[in-house]
Design a protein around this ligand. Sequence first.
Ligand SMILES: Nc1ncnc2c1ncn2[C@@H]1O[C@H](COP(=O)(O)OP(=O)(O)OP(=O)(O)O)[C@@H](O)[C@H]1O
Ligand SMILES: [Mg+2]
Length: 270
Amino acid sequence: MSQADPNHVILRTIHLSKRYGSVVALQSVSFELTRGEIVGLIGDNGAGKSTLINLIAGALQPDGGHMLIEGQHHSFHSPRDARRAGVETVYQDLALAPHLPVWANMFLGRELRKPTLGGLLSTLDVRAMTASTNVALATLGIDLGAKVASPIGSLSGGQRQAVAVARAVHWGASLLLMDEPTAALGVEQTARVGTLIKEATTAGVGVLVVSHDLPWVQAICDKTIVLYRGRLVAVLERQASLETMVGWITGSLIPRRSVDIHASPGALGV
Ligand SMILES: Nc1ncnc2c1ncn2[C@@H]1O[C@H](COP(=O)(O)OP(=O)(O)OP(=O)(O)O)[C@@H](O)[C@H]1O
Ligand SMILES: [Mg+2]
């Protein structure tokens, strides 16, 4: 069951804007995400979804606007800054090091060490990290068995996403950002990742997830925001129909005058 708490705002963006040269990728985007809430982020190719995720994740810096995490103003200079503030990001492949074992990915940048040679040196505490990884995975109902010692690149896409979600929950993230986590997954694995995301919210994590899979978004998200040519044009409640989603994505539901006034030709999608 989701632990959504509408009174506890985890993320608030205020007029976030981003340009790439003359291309306006994001224009004055303001929205809120509360504790335990799953917010879908949809829009056509080039609408600005990844740009928004990257700004919140600290991978890009905004040209305008600002954001608050747990009520505190933040301007992240790197994803590391964002992680310190409780923001974990799951990219399709990039976040995890494919050649390292699952346990090493879980502890990437936060490795446990133990003293050797009477305290003169220290080595990686593989046993402790493996045990801890198994506990973290089990908390979300994931059992990788002996694969916990295998390179993460040898896991299926769904299993990799599962590890990434477990990692965010394990490190106590308050906000989990996911950019098309199910893009390369089959039907069953996509459903499984949806279940995992819901389980993550029971630990109080708020989730912002980009997807082009509208039925999946409809099934798991508490609300959905729609970007059109860099602008936030709609915040849809969970009962919104697929037709409504498509109408906002393609712009057909946007009042004509507002498109003419605000849309920048440079922000056109592909
Ligand atoms: N590094 C970049 N340099 C120049 N323009 C960029 C860059 N990254 C993105 N853009 C442009 O910014 C706009 C928004 O791109 P963004 O990647 O955020 O879209 P998106 O909604 O994630 O699209 P998709 O669904 O295809 O992933 C597009 O017009 C894109 O061409
Ligand atoms: Mg994208």
